[in-house]
Design a protein around this ligand. Structure first.
Ligand SMILES: CC(C)(COP(=O)(O)OP(=O)(O)OC[C@H]1O[C@@H](n2cnc3c(N)ncnc32)[C@H](O)[C@@H]1OP(=O)(O)O)[C@@H](O)C(=O)NCCC(=O)NCCS
Length: 183
């Protein structure tokens, strides 16, 4: 498979010509992650159409409104990973954004895609003069050590926060932040 050297990270700029193909690939990444057990808001049953609809109806309008940055990780001509920066914060928090939906297709994991996406996201955040990034992630999940290795601080864990992917149990979430520069 691919190595970190062949990963291309780019900002999603939805254009009509490529839109339906990009939505289909993004839907495939989300669908595969949920079916592989990711705790990322959704529970089974979760169809390809559910996954594509999330990007089309929820994320795309925010990207077009300029309140959401989406990064895409391309491997061999396919989108295999993605992450978002939600900048729709209250008027008193223009310097903060929320990291959301870091997703790497199960077939492309442990090759540095997640790390590359988070590094690129931070570069974009700094260029946008953001000074604070916040997120939450399932406690004990694969993303927790990744965020810690990227310098995020874990504040603590909220028990019973969300159902897991097949609704068989509730899981805790860990709240994290990273200061990009002091104010
Ligand atoms: C979490 C996730 C994005 C990681 O993506 P990835 O491309 O496999 O991550 P990387 O290869 O960049 O890993 C970077 C580092 O993170 C840590 N890490 C990644 N996956 C890990 C795992 N399963 N267990 C422990 N540490 C892990 C390691 O320190 C790793 O470095 P190493 O491979 O040199 O040991 C991926 O597993 C995923 O999509 N999970 C499901 C969705 C999810 O939970 N997203 C988080 C939402 S908040």
């Amino acid at each position: 498979m691919n190595t970190a050297e062949s990963i291309r990270i780019e900002r999603w700029n939805p254009a009509p010509a490529a839109l339906s193909h990009e939505l289909e690939m993004l839907g495939e990444v989300l669908h595969a992650c949920v079916h592989a057990g990711a705790s990322v808001s959704f529970v089974l049953p979760f169809s390809h159409e559910d996954a594509t609809a999330f990007w089309r109806d929820h994320v795309l309008p925010a990207v077009r409104a300029g309140t959401r940055l989406v990064l895409l990780a391309w491997l061999d001509g396919r989108i295999m990973g993605t992450v978002q920066l939600d900048m729709l914060t209250p008027p008193n928090q223009p310097h903060r954004a929320e990291v959301k939906k870091l997703l790497v297709h199960p077939e492309a994991r442990r090759r540095g895609v997640g790390k590359s996406l988070m590094t690129a996201l931070e570069d974009h955040a700094r260029r946008s003069r953001l000074t604070l990034l916040t997120l939450d992630t399932v406690t004990g999940g694969a993303a927790e050590p990744l965020y810690l290795s990227q310098g995020y601080v874990a504040l603590g864990s909220i028990p019973q926060y969300a159902l897991n992917f097949d609704s068989s149990k509730v899981e805790a979430t860990t709240v994290m932040y990273k200061i990009l520069s002091s104010r």
